[in-house]
Design a protein around this ligand. Structure first.
Ligand SMILES: Cc1ncc(COP(=O)(O)O)c(C=O)c1O
Length: 445
């Protein structure tokens, strides 16, 4: 049923899609880096149709955003009902229940033993921006540590932490002062030539023995901002002892631990927060993307002690916690809690198992890794040298698109699978058939 024929391959993109792409080029700034000409018409769950009526299986969910699937009926109904009541009433100046309901829900989903307070924004970058500002404000310190390979957003504060591609920073200097970068513990590509077993030691030593002893006295550091699983940098899963030891380091120096869960949070890994797999409790979690299932929202969720003295007006925005976005986020969290989180774990394990099987006979796949429905497949020229096969990964993504499977790359040469959390095993089987066809087209056997 899913076998791509020469016909089905060549009809993507069709004439209607081509016409919109052509118009787009006359009106939209070219700064958006579209990867292939998919032009959305409508979607349901993990299936999407383009403007020519061609169906695709969506394994990227609008960059890990549409957690509950495209146009989940419960979200659509809740948004429509809310829109008929009111759409917006600035949360910075007025009270409204959708914000309170969402914040209560978020609070209930945070690790027990602490009291939490929530600041609402519109996006991931705003959630990170609020986290940096709060950390500086609450500690009175200025220094911030982030990690090479990180992506935290593109507004000036978060861009200063982002370090995954030089293109994202070029032309924008100077960035925020007081920011230093350290190494993320990537077991597949251990930094500084270290042994994979010692990758955590190497990364912590760099912070303690290089940063703290040369450029950044620890007593000046407000926070360490870290992606719980590194996303844009290549879907990297750190070793199990990374977070407990990073927490220890932070506690030793009174530094706040900020986990950026914009891409990895809200059930995607099989637990509500990716950090829940580690037993560590951070001081702040930045959330967005999957939180609103497509409605623009971001949240900075912080320990209450940190927000107690955040004076009214010290931070704010006009649209943050917009009523429609809050309603969508509340429904999303309910659906994730009711079952999608478990589905992400079960179907994610199944998907990862299928990809591991494919990797057994595909030497250009260097590694398959991930947690739940956050899975990366890294392409290499060969497994011995591990030289990233950037062109290979891009070509597989394009061949998959031509066969009706939407994927995205990340890092230098990784294809990420971050589908809606409603994905079924039958859809995995369909996707794997298309993925194998794409692999065979790029790497003929
Ligand atoms: C981990 C992480 N943090 C922050 C952001 C920025 O989010 P936004 O694009 O909504 O500003 C992203 C976006 O990809 C992300 O993956």
């Amino acid at each position: 049923m899913t076998q791509a024929t020469a016909d089905t391959i060549t009809q993507r993109p069709g004439p209607a899609a081509q016409e919109i792409v052509a118009r787009d080029q006359h009106v939209l700034a070219p700064v958006s880096g579209r990867v292939y000409p998919f032009v959305m018409d409508h979607g349901l769950g993990c299936e999407v149709w383009d403007v020519d009526g061609t169906r695709y299986l969506d394994m990227n969910a609008g960059i890990a955003v549409v957690a509950t699937g495209h146009s989940h009926p419960r979200l659509v109904r809740a948004i429509q009902e809310q829109a008929a009541r009111f759409i917006h009433m600035a949360g910075t100046d007025f009270y409204n229940e959708p914000q309170v309901k969402l914040a209560e829900k978020l609070q209930s989903l945070m690790p027990k033993g602490h009291d939490w307070r929530i600041f609402l924004g519109n996006s991931g970058t705003e959630a990170v921006e609020a986290s940096i500002k709060l950390a500086r404000y609450a500690t009175g310190r200025q220094g911030v540590i982030a990690f090479f390979g990180a992506f935290h957003g593109r507004s000036y504060g978060s861009l200063s932490l982002t370090a995954s591609k030089p293109r994202q920073r070029a032309g924008y200097f100077p960035l925020l002062p007081g920011v230093e970068h350290a190494f993320y513990p990537n077991p597949y590509r251990p930094p500084l030539g270290s042994n994979p077993e010692h990758v955590v030691d190497t990364c912590l030593d760099y912070i303690e023995k290089v940063l703290f002893e040369t450029v950044l006295p620890p007593q000046e550091v407000a926070c360490i901002v870290v992606e719980t699983l590194q996303g844009e940098g290549g879907y990297v899963v750190p070793p199990a002892d990374w977070f407990p030891r990073l927490r220890q380091l932070c506690d030793q120096h009174g530094i706040l631990l900020v986990c950026d869960e914009v891409q990895s949070g809200v059930g995607r890994t099989g637990k509500m927060w990716a950090i829940d797999h580690t037993g560590v409790v951070p001081d702040i979690i930045a959330s967005a993307k999957g939180l609103g299932s497509g409605m623009p929202i971001g949240a900075c969720i912080a320990r209450k002690e940190l927000t107690d003295n955040w004076l009214p007006g010290a931070h704010g925005n006009t649209y943050g916690g917009n009523a429609l976005a809050c309603t969508a986020a509340y429904e999303t969290l309910c659906l994730v809690e009711e079952g999608l989180m478990n589905n992400a774990r079960e179907v994610g394990d199944y998907l990862q198992g299928c990809l591991q099987q494919i990797a057994l006979h595909q030497p250009h796949i260097g590694e398959v890794r991930g947690r739940g429905l956050f899975i990366g497949v890294e392409f290499v020229e060969d497994r011995a040298t591990k030289i990233p096969d950037h062109d290979g990964a891009e070509a597989v993504m394009i061949e998959a698109f031509r066969r009706g499977l939407l994927l995205l790359t990340c890092g230098k040469s990784t294809i990420r699978f971050c589908p809606p959390l409603v994905l079924t095993k039958a859809q995995v089987d369909e996707g794997m058939e298309l993925f194998e066809e794409a692999l065979n087209a790029v790497y003929p056997r």
